[in-house]
Design a protein around this ligand. Structure first.
Ligand code: GDP
Length: 444
């Protein structure tokens, strides 16, 4: 689906790879090409603009990792920005609330609504062990209700019996009632579509939504329709309020624009992708996979990630060596704090250890939280290099300046210095005793 965009961006990065350094002019030129490529791929103009700005801000002046080329580094930045734009988290379906919860499917006729309803119902039944009922509210299109019943039999999901002549809102109410009585977890409501957006369709869908109170309202949109799909999503979202999007026919040769724009324009997550006509041709949406498909440069992205990891590893090893020698200045402490924060801060570190619930509470009492780590980093970065290497030279007036510079108090500065002193004393002890001796001293 994203082939043309992939090849366009590919040549942009080829050009960049031949350059030595990542300078502003190079980034700007590359971004002009990226901008064209995105517009050609049918991405909406405001979306392109904000994307280019994000990437330019990140790329210009960005530190280029040791073992990668500047071009490779930009690929990674573009990739990360794409992931962010597509929505980095996959939220799944919200099925919270008292059962039965309703999932309402909306969209234009022919977008793949009925097919997608059955696909999702099948998935919920098989993967999440939910008891699901489907109901078609499409009384406009002949045989629409029968179509859903046939699919229901195929995927072995129950459908609400058809009562000829009943109107959408009443069908929705009957479905909820039947599901409640029958002990169902989820009711999938397949609403009627039209060929174009019109007021009567919107009124009908809004009325059904009010009657059913769904926990999800999913727009089904055809990826092949490009910018039109974005317009449709925007209208539905403004009038009805959407909670998610399912993009169908991504198995076709549509350009990627719709997927990229949709999330940005509606701020609704893309939850699923339809990848074919068969009932199991449904994919959960993962932004990183789509970004990978768009760029077609997954290998470069993972290369840069590896390089970043290696550098962190090298830094950690160097730090460990210094600590062994009993050398531990405030620069080292800042590095250690940064690493701690990267690992998800205290919360992240503690989360990796089993049975730390109680300890966590104590830590919360001692006020050791992520904010504190950030504060400590700020204090250290407000010091001069000399001070960081030899904190003894910091006197009262400098403490005041450091506190002001880091937006903290003199007490905070004192606390940090005390903590550093304790840590370096402990490390000296460790290095004196050697590892074994230290363990013994702990045992005594
Ligand atoms: P509705 O009018 O929105 O309910 O659309 P339907 O569910 O009846 O689908 C219209 C056509 O699109 C059917 O022939 C489906 O098999 C087909 N279709 C639905 N989803 C996909 C998809 O993800 N990929 C492909 N290739 N076809 C799809």
């Amino acid at each position: 689906m994203f082939d043309s965009l992939t090849s366009r961006l590919g040549s942009v990065f080829e050009g960049l790879k031949r350059r030595g350094a990542l300078k502003e002019a190079d980034v700007k030129e590359a971004m002009r090409e990226v901008r064209l490529a995105l517009l050609e791929a049918d991405v909406a103009l405001p979306v392109v603009k904000s994307f280019i700005k994000t990437v330019t801000d990140k790329a210009v002046g960005a530190e280029v990792l040791k073992s990668v080329t500047p071009g490779q580094q930009v690929v990674k930045i573009v990739n990360d920005a794409l992931v962010e734009m597509l929505g980095s988290e996959n939220t799944g379906l919200n099925l919270l609330g008292e059962p039965p919860v309703a999932i309402m499917m909306v969209g234009l006729q022919g977008s793949g609504k009925t097919t997608s309803t059955a696909k999702i119902a099948k998935r919920l039944t098989e993967k999440e062990r939910k008891k699901v009922m489907m109901a078609s509210l499409d009384v406009a299109r002949p045989a629409a209700q029968e179509q859903l019943a046939v699919l229901g039999e195929q995927v072995e999901v129950k459908t609400l019996p058809i009562v000829p002549g009943q109107q959408p809102v009443d069908i929705a109410k009957r479905a909820m009632q039947a599901a409640r009585l029958g002990g169902f977890d989820v009711v999938m409501l397949d609403t009627a579509g039209r060929l174009h957006i019109d007021d009567s369709l919107m009124d009908e869908v809004a009325a059904v939504k009010a009657a059913a109170g769904p926990s999800e309202t999913i727009l089904v949109a055809d990826a092949m329709t490009g910018q039109d799909a974005v317009t449709v999503a925007d209208s539905f979202h403004k009038r009805i309020g959407l909670s998610g999007i399912m993009l169908t026919r991504i198995d076709g040769d549509a350009r990627g624009g719709a997927a990229l724009s949709m999330r940005q324009v509606t701020d609704c997550p893309i939850k699923f992708l339809g990848t074919g006509e068969k009932m199991d041709e449904l994919e959960e949406f993962h932004a990183d996979r789509i970004a990978g498909r768009i760029l077609g440069m997954g290998d470069v992205v993972s290369l840069v990630e590896k390089a970043a990891e290696t550098i962190e590893q090298e830094e950690a090893e160097a730090l460990a060596k210094k600590m062994q020698k009993g050398e531990f200045d405030l620069d080292d402490m800042a590095k250690q704090l940064k690493q701690m924060r990267k690992m998800g801060g205290m919360e992240g570190l503690m989360g990796m250890l089993p049975g730390v619930g109680k300890m966590k509470q104590q830590m919360a009492g001692a006020n050791i939280d992520d904010k504190m780590i950030l504060r400590q980093e700020a204090i250290i970065s407000s010091m001069t290099k000399k001070e960081r290497q030899n904190p003894k030279v910091i006197h009262a007036s400098r403490k005041k300046r450091i506190a002001a510079g880091s937006g903290t108090s003199v007490q905070d500065v004192n606390k940090l210095l005390k903590q550093h002193l304790m840590m370096s004393k402990m490390m000296k002890k460790v290095s004196k005793l050697g590892k074994k001796g230290f363990m013994r001293s702990l045992g005594n």
